[in-house]
Design a protein around this ligand. Structure first.
Ligand code: GRF
Length: 192
């Protein structure tokens, strides 16, 4: 098999999507490998999961640093690791336009809504409050506008009577774990 595309994953928290990307990367025919997991939160639970999987990690708190300065540090870590494609997986920090431009078309994000609906935070609560019949998740290419950029994969789930933001989030998360590895693999195949 041809060389695998080198992926860097950015996380801020529990890292369940990152774990699903790692699990898929262990399949023999997966077109990507994860070479670095980086975080703006040294306490992110996902860092330990990555380390247990034998993946290099980089963590530095963003507090006290200018956005451009912090992003340039992350950029350096990714480039030193030979990363070719970035997957944001619960990375709770807005990336500077400079960073995004430097990786044009090579950053993916998973967002828990049916984009273009509900960009930003509290997506599950907003979908329930709007009385929507369905919710879901989207994988999109990252552009300088928040939660914008071409959607390359989407999954839908029903919103059920009595759903809370947590119950809905759980139903959607299972779909996130299914579609993100597929979308990342699809993107990696294009870069190979
Ligand atoms: C997920 O719901 C993802 O869609 C959103 O942040 C959450 C991250 O969860 N961007 P995890 O850290 O992957 O478990």
């Amino acid at each position: 098999m041809a060389d695998r595309v080198r992926v860097g994953v950015l996380i801020s928290g529990r890292g369940s999507n990152m774990a699903s990307l790692i699990a898929a990367s262990r399949e023999a025919d997966c077109p990507y490998e994860i070479v670095l997991v980086a975080s703006n939160n040294p306490e992110a639970a996902g860092l330990a999961i990555a380390q247990q999987a034998g993946i290099a990690t980089f963590a530095h708190p963003h507090k006290g640093m200018k956005r451009a300065e912090f992003d340039s540090m992350i950029d350096g870590a990714l480039r030193s690791a030979g990363v070719q494609l970035i997957a944001l997986a619960g990375y709770m920090r807005i990336l500077s336009a400079e960073f995004i431009t430097g990786w044009q078309g090579r950053i993916l994000n998973i967002h828990p809504s049916l984009l273009p609906l509900y960009r930003g935070l509290d997506t599950h609560q907003r979908a329930i409050e709007a009385g929507d019949a369905e919710a879901g998740c989207s994988v999109h290419v990252v552009t300088p506008e928040l939660d914008d950029g071409p959607v390359i994969a989407q999954a839908r789930v029903p919103i059920l009577p009595g759903d809370t933001p947590d119950s809905l989030a759980g139903r959607i998360l299972a779909e996130e774990h299914r579609i993100y590895p597929e979308a990342l693999a699809q993107m990696a195949r294009k870069l190979r």
